[in-house]
Design a protein around this ligand. Structure first.
Ligand SMILES: *[C@@H]1O[C@H](CO)[C@@H](O)[C@H](O)[C@H]1NC(C)=O
Ligand SMILES: *[C@@H]1O[C@H](CO)[C@@H](O)[C@H](O)[C@H]1NC(C)=O
Ligand SMILES: *[C@@H]1O[C@H](CO)[C@@H](O)[C@H](O)[C@H]1NC(C)=O
Ligand SMILES: *[C@@H]1O[C@H](CO)[C@@H](O)[C@H](O)[C@H]1NC(C)=O
Ligand SMILES: *[C@@H]1O[C@H](CO)[C@@H](O)[C@H](O)[C@H]1NC(C)=O
Length: 359
């Protein structure tokens, strides 16, 4: 009996001692990672360490902008400045084609295959089809249907989405102040388009003006700062899309939102707009059975400031960022491409571009 007890005690003491030693060794290793626990490479290569920032730089994919859309050039650093996007090395230098990971091709600028890159592309290089237009305004160019790996479009099912910037408000964002209003209802429209008067938006407009005054401005003489000042001076603005497709909701909608004017929208159904913006931020023409009823409602809102201001309640929670410089018209889309290629490396082929886009 005594010997069993003695044996147990010895085992216990040994176990305690061993545990203690293990704990001590572990603590030593954890608190001070030292050569004893984690031997470093036998020949520390300091040049590897000092080169690390440079290495990260080159790790960013090179995104080659093949055409400047609408010739609207901006500083290539602006993605960082405007949108805090810095995940690619953006360049417009065509001589970097062979080392570009991705090539962004603006559809409207393609003439035919001869103004696209002609030298063979590397196996991993991806071409991005960049189109901001609706199917109605998109020219079918022979031979490009099978060239692309990614799509950049207004459509939500594109690989890269051109989303305008409605974002949650940060504490640092300024409170909304309603700009001074001098007009009730305005429209800035291309003068020549206006005179051909085709399409749904003109038929609605001509019905509307039987019941309410609309101040119409010629877009070719209302440019730059003047453009935004004009929109903000109106209580309501006709955000009529030139063609009607799901998701085709353009700057004609976002610009009045950005400057503090209520858009009257004509385009895809209200539900589709609500995918992009708060439901109380705009008026849809289909909210009313006919133009006359819309006109009546607008005239009432003109006399009821409280009711009018309710169209800005959403601004407590959201803001719309908008580049005010014309040269930045395509910057948001280009920077979205930069963000995408920096994150997603997927191999992908768009088998038939037109089948997807014009379906
Ligand atoms: C250190 O690394 C650099 C770059 O990887 C390499 O060119 C150089 O030969 C290395 N030097 C040593 C001493 O290993
Ligand atoms: C491509 O477009 C250019 C410029 O419009 C034209 O000169 C050329 O002939 C076209 N090439 C082909 C193969 O159609
Ligand atoms: C619009 O303005 C442009 C340039 O000022 C002018 O050429 C054009 O005739 C105007 N169009 C209309 C319909 O007034
Ligand atoms: C396409 O554009 C024309 C005018 O350019 C317009 O009349 C027509 O309604 C548009 N089609 C669609 C589906 O929006
Ligand atoms: C890109 O698309 C082309 C044409 O379909 C294809 O040959 C190529 O393998 C694709 N590359 C990648 C990286 O997806």
């Amino acid at each position: 009996m005594a010997s069993v007890f003695y044996c147990l005690r010895a085992t216990l003491t040994m176990t305690l001692l061993l545990t203690g030693i293990i704990v001590l060794v572990l603590m030593y290793c954890w608190s001070a990672p030292s050569p004893n626990c984690h031997p470093p490479p036998s020949q520390p290569n300091t040049s590897v360490l000092t080169k690390q920032p440079a290495k990260q730089q080159t790790d960013k994919p090179v995104l080659l902008l093949w055409f400047w859309p609408g010739n609207k050039r901006f500083d290539l650093q602006d993605c960082k400045r405007l949108f805090e996007i810095d995940s690619c090395h953006l360049t417009d230098d065509r001589s970097s084609y062979s080392r570009a990971h991705d090539v962004l091709v603006f559809h409207r600028a393609i003439q035919n295959l001869s103004n696209l890159p002609t030298s063979p592309r590397s196996r991993l290089q991806r071409w991005i089809w960049f189109n901001t237009d609706s199917p109605n305004k998109t020219r079918k160019i022979e031979g490009i249907q099978g060239l692309f790996n990614l799509t950049l479009s207004y459509r939500r099912d594109a690989d890269i989405n051109i989303r305008q910037g409605i974002t949650f408000k940060k504490d640092s964002d300024e409170d909304f102040i309603l700009p001074k209003k001098e007009r009730l209802l305005c429209w800035i429209v291309d003068g020549d388009d206006f005179h051909t008067k085709s399409g749904e938006r003109y038929s609605y407009y001509s019905e509307l003006i039987k019941h309410i005054k609309v101040d119409v401005f010629n877009s070719s003489s209302t440019k730059g700062e003047n453009y935004f000042l004009t929109i903000s001076s109106c209580k309501f603005y006709l955000s009529f899309e030139n063609s009607i497709y799901i998701d085709y909701i353009t700057e004609t909608f976002y610009e009045p939102l950005a400057v503090g004017t209520v858009p009257i929208v004509l385009g895809p159904p209200r539900k589709n707009y609500e995918d992009y913006a708060p439901r109380t931020s705009f008026i849809h023409v289909n909210d009313f059975p006919e133009a006359k009823a819309l006109a009546k409602s607008l005239l009432e809102l003109d006399k009821d400031d409280m009711a009018y201001m309710r169209y800005f309640d959403w601004r407590q929670f959201y803001i719309v960022r908008h580049p005010t410089e014309e040269k930045h018209e395509f910057a948001h889309a280009i920077c979205q491409a930069c963000r995408h290629v920096g994150i997603y490396k997927k191999y992908r082929v768009v088998p038939d571009l037109y089948k997807w886009f014009f379906q």
